[in-house]
Design a binder for this molecule. Structure first.
Ligand SMILES: CC(C)(COP(=O)(O)OP(=O)(O)OC[C@H]1O[C@@H](n2cnc3c(N)ncnc32)[C@H](O)[C@@H]1OP(=O)(O)O)[C@@H](O)C(=O)NCCC(=O)NCCS
Length: 337
């Protein structure tokens, strides 16, 4: 009988900028306190990109993932980058990564937009290419540079986010390790809980009515991240719990068999509420948001890379990922290490 083809995580890498922005620093910028941020979110500091772009961060994380996997750039057959803060409208961040790492011409490279769920969306898509036998090795990356889209005078959002990138090499295997189950979801009707509009540009046609339905009816939205914090919090817990249950059921794994849950690092209280609903022990949840805040698509792969390098992942372990983000989008994956 043919053994199932799986996508194995062969290596991980991450990169965060050196510039640290602490809660104390933020106290000098907006009316907030270290105590408020720490108790409401668990975040102590975050990193801010300075003189480096999303593509630069993505390429550095990817280079480390290749090194960790022992795979050379010439072996990569697919590049998928989850990001909502690309350096340009086009080309994609993935194309820049291809160029920066010298990955050969002809290899498909594209970005996908799923906000904080970007890395798990990339995992899901790349896994399909692998299990269908189309590619043997893929590079998946999550990167965001939210410092560019934050209103730094808005205390309700500016304390939450940071910049960073994480990456993984996926490799085709017929062994027991690899993605056991993965799901991705979205609900566009709730887009306005969390969004970041493009900056509005004046064109000769702006004054004409009826050229663009939305522009002619509404005032342009400010080009900053906007969020309904309380509602987002509730929907995040609900969707992450349902997504995890779906992944566990599809993988035929009981909650008590999970060795490590690596959730999207948005808020310690969201993570705790999700964990409690699933009755998972505290020590089975990985958190590093105190150091980086919410790095959007970078969040899960940065946490995965740190857990990997700290030796938290043993061969045969069941690792569960779960994310939630603007779109709305949500996603979960169960992986045997
Ligand atoms: C944003 C969030 C931390 C706010 O926490 P909260 O407990 O819901 O707080 P509230 O929004 O109810 O605000 C409580 C008060 O704190 C104030 N406040 C907001 N930000 C503040 C800050 N940085 N410092 C001090 N006070 C702040 C509010 O103005 C409000 O004051 P008021 O009661 O006088 O009106 C929380 O809702 C959250 O994490 N939501 C999810 C956000 C998220 O993770 N988004 C990304 C998903 S991928």
């Amino acid at each position: 009988m043919a053994v199932t083809l799986r996508a194995k995580i062969a290596g991980t890498g991450s990169y965060v900028p050196e510039r640290v922005l602490s809660n104390r620093d933020l106290e000098k910028m907006v009316e907030t306190t270290d105590e408020w941020i720490t108790t409401r979110t668990g975040i102590k500091e975050r990193r801010i990109a300075h003189g480096e772009t999303s593509a630069d961060m993505a390429a550095k994380a990817a280079e480390r993932a290749l090194g960790n996997a022992g795979v050379s750039a010439s072996e990569i057959e697919l590049i998928v980058v989850g990001t909502v803060t690309p350096d340009m409208t086009f080309p994609s961040t993935a194309c820049f990564v291809q160029s920066l790492l010298g990955i050969k011409a002809g290899v498909p490279a594209f970005d996908l937009s799923a906000a904080c769920s970007g890395f798990l969306y990339a995992l899901d898509v790349a896994e399909k290419y692998i299990i269908s036998g189309v590619v043997k090795k893929a590079l998946i990356i999550g990167v965001d540079r939210f410092s560019n889209i934050i209103d730094w005078t808005d205390r309700s959002t500016c304390v939450l986010f940071g910049d960073g990138a994480g990456a993984a090499v996926l490799s085709a295997t017929r062994g027991k390790s690899g993605v056991l189950a993965s799901n991705i979801h979205s609900d566009g009707r709730k887009w306005n809980l969390l969004y970041a509009p493009n900056p509005v540009r004046d064109t000769p046609f702006c004054k004409e009515t009826g050229t663009d339905e939305r522009e002619s009816k509404e005032e342009p939205l400010p080009p900053y991240l906007a969020m309904s914090g309380n509602e987002t919090f509730k929907v995040a817990v609900r969707t992450m719990v349902s997504s995890i249950k779906e992944a566990l059921k599809a993988a035929k794994i009981r909650p008590e068999e999970v060795d490590l849950l690596i959730p999207h690092q948005a808020n310690q209280r969201i993570i705790q509420a999700t964990r409690q609903r699933l009755k998972l022990p505290e020590e089975s949840v990985y958190m590093n948001l105190d150091k980086y805040g919410n790095t959007s698509a970078g969040s899960i792969p940065i946490a995965l890379d740190e857990a990997n390098r700290e030796g938290r992942l043993k061969r045969g372990d069941v690792v569960l990922f779960v994310a939630f983000g603007g779109g709305l989008t949500w996603s979960s994956a169960a992986v045997r290490w």
